[in-house]
Ligand binder design. Structure first.
Ligand SMILES: C[S@@+](CC[C@H](N)C(=O)[O-])C[C@H]1O[C@@H](n2cnc3c(N)ncnc32)[C@H](O)[C@@H]1O
Length: 272
């Protein structure tokens, strides 16, 4: 059993999953998301750029892991399905890849399930409703075990999810539990929003963003580079280590003037 209550769909308050979808696609699921999104853009106009940087890192990390031979992925905090989902990216390179999506937001889970059903993808993908704060529930889930062999290396993705797990929920201990369950030879990719390297104006905007998120079902927080590094304790950082998401093995020249660039740390770790 999950210790955390199931998060039913709440059309009266924005959620992280729906807002992230809005920043990426411009599509609002509920009116409240559109209104909230307009506030966010006023306070922090870089939000959509940041979301795209984040998503592009996810895709490059998946391609990297597939190139290392990974054929099974656990994508925790996967969000609403959008263009270039993990299974689309992975299977474009290795058609035998299996992907298990996990989110604690029913809207995200339902929509992902509908999309996977429509795509006829449910033989090699699954989506489960579970909470990152209960790692054992995820690893023991029958759907996860149907698709993932936990004796073989896997790719663990926790992309832009830790900001929604406050220190009081002991995120580093949770990560240690996850790492413990990872088979040797596995990779883990993570990102985390941060104001550490941001300029003063940007920091102010980001503080406004964090304030706004207090009114959603998913209050969010920034962490420092050192805090982010703690999530990688016990794994080896893959080159180039901890960098801005835009700078992790980029496929295009990086725009160093991009104000959103310093706001999202990213890295991939390897469990020997
Ligand atoms: C900003 S979105 C990121 C989506 C996706 N990982 C990506 O980078 O494209 C954050 C997602 O994490 C989910 N989330 C937040 N807290 C979570 C938790 N404790 N357990 C599982 N999912 C969570 C939210 O519901 C949301 O879908």
């Amino acid at each position: 059993m999950n210790d955390f209550e199931s998060r039913e769909i709440d059309a009266s308050r924005p959620s992280a999953a729906r807002m992230y979808h809005y920043y990426l696609s411009g599509e609002a699921v509920f009116d409240v998301d559109k209104i909230f999104g307009e506030h966010v853009f006023r306070v922090f106009p870089y939000i959509d750029t940041l979301a795209h940087h984040n998503r592009e890192f996810l895709q490059r990390a998946v391609e990297f892991m597939v190139a290392q031979g990974v054929r099974q992925f656990l994508d925790i905090g996967s969000g609403l399905p959008t263009v270039g989902n993990t299974h689309d990216v992975a299977r474009a390179h290795a058609a035998d890849t299996r992907v298990v999506y996990v989110d604690n937001d029913m809207e995200a889970v339902n929509r992902a399930h509908d999309l996977l059903l429509q795509q006829g993808a449910l033989d090699h993908t699954a989506v489960i409703e579970a909470d990152l704060r209960c790692p054992e529930v995820i690893f023991d889930d029958p759907q996860a075990r149907r698709l993932i062999d936990f004796d073989e290396p896997l790719g663990l993705l926790i992309i832009a999810v830790w900001p929604f797990v406050p220190d009081s929920d002991r995120p580093y201990e949770l990560m240690a539990q996850l790492r413990h369950r990872l088979p040797a030879g596995s990779y883990v990719a993570m990102t985390h929003g941060s104001v550490e390297d941001a300029g003063p104006e940007f920091k102010q905007g980001y503080a406004g963003l964090v304030d706004l998120y207090r009114g959603t079902s998913d209050p969010a927080m920034s962490r420092s580079r050192d805090d982010f590094a703690t999530f990688f304790d016990g794994v080896e950082l893959v080159e180039p280590g901890i960098v801005y998401a835009t700078d992790w093995r980029p496929t295009h020249p990086v725009d160093t003037q991009d104000p959103a660039r310093p706001c999202n740390f990213a890295a991939v770790g390897y469990k020997p």
